[in-house]
Write a new protein. Structure first.
Length: 181
């Protein structure tokens, strides 16, 4: 087991973090425009494209986690703490997969094709259904709120490990720093 995450794992971790925050923020930017406004459509186009990028990075991240593993937890952690950490990570990964999948389904049930920054388009394989789209939108929003809460707890736990426990849980996910800094 490695003592730290690889550079690729770290880069993807922080890119996923930025994408989750950015995607959440884009939903508020869309609300600045009235329905039917081209600006609102552009914001949603970016939201969908970045959501697809998020999904691709999560797939890569899960693949790296399965092949490379993760550094071991500090030996002073109790079994309960280890179990909570494992469950929290599983929930984060589940939400990181579920949210984009729900977003894809929502787009299709609204009757729209998926466009990835205009590079390619995936037409909807289902007929539009506003009731189904509404239900999926509610689940998508609920999961988006849950991931923010869980990510906040995840960050708080990392800071607690760093500042209270004084272990390397946070440092092993931070980019490499120069010696002495």
């Amino acid at each position: 087991m490695n003592p730290t995450y690889t550079s690729a794992q770290k880069a993807i971790h922080w890119a996923v973090f930025l994408l989750v925050i950015g995607l959440y923020g884009l939903t508020y930017v869309a609300d600045l425009f009235p329905r039917g406004d081209p600006g609102r459509a552009l914001v949603w186009w970016f939201h969908i494209s970045f959501g697809m990028l998020l999904f691709a990075l999560v797939v890569i991240r899960v693949g790296l986690r399965l092949t490379l593993g993760a550094p071991g937890l500090p030996p002073e952690m109790s079994e309960l703490e280890r179990w909570v950490a494992k469950v929290a990570h599983l929930l984060l990964y589940a939400l990181l997969v579920t949210i984009p999948v729900l977003g894809v389904l929502l787009t299709w049930y609204r009757g729209d094709a998926l466009s990835f920054f205009g590079l390619f388009t995936i037409p909807a394989p289902v007929s539009p259904d506003s009731a189904t789209a509404r239900s999926i939108r509610e689940l998508h929003s609920l999961c988006a709120n849950l991931i923010l809460i869980l990510a906040g707890l995840h960050a708080a736990a990392a800071l607690w490990h760093h500042y209270v426990r004084g272990d390397d849980v946070l440092r092993r996910m931070l980019p490499q720093t120069r010696a002495g800094s």
